[in-house]
Design a protein. Sequence first.
Length: 107
Amino acid sequence: MSLPIYSNLAVAPESFFDDHVTGCFDLARRFAVMLREAGFELPAEPMANIVCFRRPNAREDVRRSIVERGSFHLVQTRLRGETHLRTTLINPRTTEADLAALIEEAS
């Protein structure tokens, strides 16, 4: 299992990984802006690639219905006594358009 990882590390320039991580962090910050503009609440500003959010007065089963439709995978967490949706942005193919579609489904 380590051969593919070693091969990638040996072939890809160091900047490839730096660019990917930086891109994920930047996308998380942009997603936070998009969420606020759409009326969602964030319990904290994203500091990495994980974004927690909630829509005030949302249905309790919103996560389940999104996951069952199959377009997105979200988990939920409880922060400060409130249920929040949580996503981790790591796929290099994730775009702002994907995140806009997630916001639409969660609305």
